[in-house]
Design a protein around this ligand. Sequence first.
Ligand code: OSB
Ligand code: MG
Length: 369
Amino acid sequence: MKIENIELRRVTMPLVSPFRTSFGTASERETTLVRVTTANAEGWAEHAAEPDPLYSSEFLDGGDVVIRDHLVPRLQALGGRLTAELVATTLAPVKGHPMSKSVLETAILDAQLKEAGTSFAHHLGAVRDCVPAGVSVGIMDSLDELLAAVESYLAEGYLRIKLKIEPGWDLEPVRAVRERFGDNVLLQVDANTAYTLADARHLGQLDPFGLLLLEQPLAEDDILGHAHLAKLIQTPICLDESIESARDAAAAIALGACSVINIKPARVGGYLEARRIHDVAAANGVPVWCGGMLETGIGRAANVALAGLPNFVLPGDTSASSRYYAQDLTAPFVLEEGHVRIPRGPGIGVDILPDVLGEITTSSMAIRF
Ligand code: OSB
Ligand code: MG
């Protein structure tokens, strides 16, 4: 496939409400959109990193530089031989930066599939038309505020609630949600690395609440710690930040560090590696679910396609557009009886709304291929 142009476009979108995690609070989502132009198609993807390197070491400004100065030149060297399948191996000599690699691979895959008239869902192997939607609920200033948020999400039809936790905001919010909404609500928690193994006894106090899982309690590089913790508590451990490749997934499973995996395509370098993680987990009987990074409709479209694969057996953070944005960048993803529909058109299967794009763009950079 011959690429003519790559454009990096920085956009900022207001969130409907601030989103607080153990590592920070976001009231808007800033991202770099990548547009890849070929003779017959235009591919789009969005960078998953945040402005600050707090979720992982990647951050948006750094991503723009690594894409422009280190990743795109390597792809240019392939000339017309470039395909999405060659992106990861071509970029492998550059250490790290999975989200920057992912946004390029995804935009190229989108253009390639649009040229072929194939959807992401079909290409990746989705086996469903709709995926069950969960919702990730941030840390709040009070339990009352939290209960009001959970109540409205349940009323909208979300099939699973994930509470963000940190030391000082863990047992109480879980107890409050269980007491108010009962034991049948599918409930899980995400610590974003906020604990250490010394907190094992404390985290064990979550056991009576029947949580689906405890996501990433310890540091991302603490696989051994998670394996120890898994023996000390009953709540299943799910890894997010720790898993950046199918090899990481295989190791974590073999070591007993997790019994569930949150797959975020951007975190692992793209949808093709995400599918490999899905396959490794399936082969080991480990269920997976699709995580999110507050994506606009562009990233959401591809995520829900991935979530259609057979081993995505738990509801994902694949919420409706309205969970994040009053005005999305594409036609909004909506909840239909707790599910989100997988786009079936070519590529990611959604169109960017040009007026919205114009309004939210803060800068852009064109790279001639
Ligand atoms: O850890 O899953 C996470 C958002 C930003 C960074 C990290 C995480 C999250 C979420 C939100 O939990 C998931 C979503 O709804 O997109
Ligand atoms: Mg997480």
